[in-house]
Design a binder for this molecule. Structure first.
Ligand SMILES: *Cc1c(COP(=O)(O)O)cnc(C)c1O
Ligand SMILES: [Zn+2]
Length: 420
């Protein structure tokens, strides 16, 4: 394992009095964080990352939810609903089935709008306010649009969302609509929507709040921080592995960054960093392809299809941050098919945990990787479930059972119950 984790902190540049700045991960150029609208590097168009002069240790965290971790974030308080502090469920039957020392489910569907996207928006929308923009926008497979609409509304700002026509689950569109986003349905897939919204942002029409925006990922780091703290409190150890669904690979990048910063702070030893393990749907698996083939770059999939519409993505924009995250932590990436996804969604539901299809990928993934013995029985594993069951009522209804029609009399109902 070649962990670049303990790399020396770079010197504080002359671009900020806040000890926070932006660095291009490709060419190293540095920029002031809040003075201008900027999503990628001015010089080379590379991905930007938020950097800090100092990193906190676990002792520096206090409070509840995302803003408990303000010492690891660019400021003290965002536009908040509030978010974070999601449950870490035990799933004893699934643990028994797959055969693991420990298996927990971090249910991010329990955030205010029902997905982890809220953790990024509480930071990102605040940055937009600080910079002084008034129109926020995103391309979305659904959950980003729901979160942007709610946090934009909370911040009193105008929101615009671009959705792939006919490919967004009903609950998510309903949220975006009710929270007052202007919804544009694009005749194309998610990746096309992201191209369009990046063009709009480049023309100064909108402030972009996809996970290309480095501030979103800062908020999402708190998933990793919460998991480490909770596992340590529960069983006195950090998890060996974190398994997560991968779409644009923002979370994979954010968790890796959280762990790197803890290592830099001396709060986590490099060998304690959980192995980041990404799961994609078989019909949209460019990250898995890159990991399997050992490629440094992603091949964009033009045709993508899966029931897990939240991760129906062929060109994961955060791949340059996420591929090193998977490789340097000793993790891996695999794909699961739609039937495996639905089966995992049911298995979780049978333990009382309701998730949308994309979320169930992490469970489908742990099943597969245990069968292949790529995950050891001795490991402590945390699976991330990214969105709530009610996000996609059509899939939930399809995966579950249909109601029985019965007469309006007790005898008739009893007869019906005795019948099967
Ligand atoms: C956005 C989303 C994902 C993908 O997350 P990335 O950080 O883009 O990899 C997975 N599941 C759900 C439910 C989502 O909304
Ligand atoms: Zn650059």
């Amino acid at each position: 394992m070649s962990l670049r984790l303990a790399a020396e902190a770079e010197p504080t540049p002359d671009v900020s009095d806040d000890e926070v700045w932006l660095t291009c991960i490709a060419c190293g150029a540095q920029f002031a964080p809040f003075e201008a609208v900027r999503f990628t590097c001015d010089n080379c168009d590379g991905l930007l990352e938020v950097r800090y002069a100092d990193h906190p240790t676990f002792d520096d965290f206090e409070g509840h939810g995302v803003w408990r971790y303000s010492e690891a974030l660019p400021f003290d308080k965002g536009v908040s609903l509030p978010e974070g502090a999601t449950p870490l469920h035990e799933v004893p039957r699934l643990r028994e089935e797959v055969g693991l020392r420990a298996l927990r489910v971090k249910h991010e569907g329990m955030n205010p709008t029902g997905s982890f996207k809220d953790r990024g928006m509480t930071v990102g929308v605040k940055v937009a306010k600080r910079i002084g923009v008034d129109r926020l926008a995103c391309a979305s497979t659904g959950n980003t649009s729901a979160a942007l609409a709610a946090y934009g509304a909370r911040g009193g700002m105008e929101t615009l969302v671009l959705l792939p026509e006919g490919k967004v689950a009903a609950g998510k569109v309903a949220q975006a609509a009710l929270h007052g986003a202007r919804i544009l349905e694009v005749d194309g897939n998610f990746d096309d929507c992201l191209d369009r919204v990046q063009d709009l942002a480049a023309r100064g029409e909108v402030y972009l709040l996809n996970s290309l925006n480095p501030f979103r990922l800062e908020g999402q780091k708190t998933i990793g921080l919460e998991i480490l703290e909770e596992c340590y409190a529960d069983y006195g150890a950090f998890p060996d592995r974190i398994i997560l669904p991968v779409g644009n690979a923002g979370n994979t990048s954010a968790l890796f960054k959280a762990f790197r910063e803890l290592v830099q702070a001396g709060a986590l030893r490099p060998e304690e960093v959980p192995k980041l393990t990404g799961i994609q749907a078989a019909g949209a698996a460019p990250m898995v392809e890159a990991i399997t083939e050992g490629n440094d770059e992603i091949r964009r999939w033009e045709e993508v299809e899966t029931r897990a519409t939240a991760i129906r993505i062929g060109n994961p924009v955060n791949a340059p941050k996420a591929l090193p995250g998977i490789r340097e932590t000793g993790g891996t990436a695999v794909s699961v098919n739609d039937d495996e996804i639905t089966s995992a969604q049911r298995a979780l539901a049978e333990e009382g945990v309701g998730v949308e299809p994309a979320s169930a990928c992490s469970i489908a993934g742990v099943r597969k990787l245990r069968k292949q013995n790529i995950i050891d029985a001795d490991e402590r594993v945390v699976c991330l479930t990214t969105g709530h069951l009610l996000k996609d009522p059509d899939e939930a209804y399809r995966a579950g059972g249909a109601p029985d029609a019965v007469p309006n009399d007790t005898e008739g109902i009893l007869e019906h119950l005795a019948g099967d």
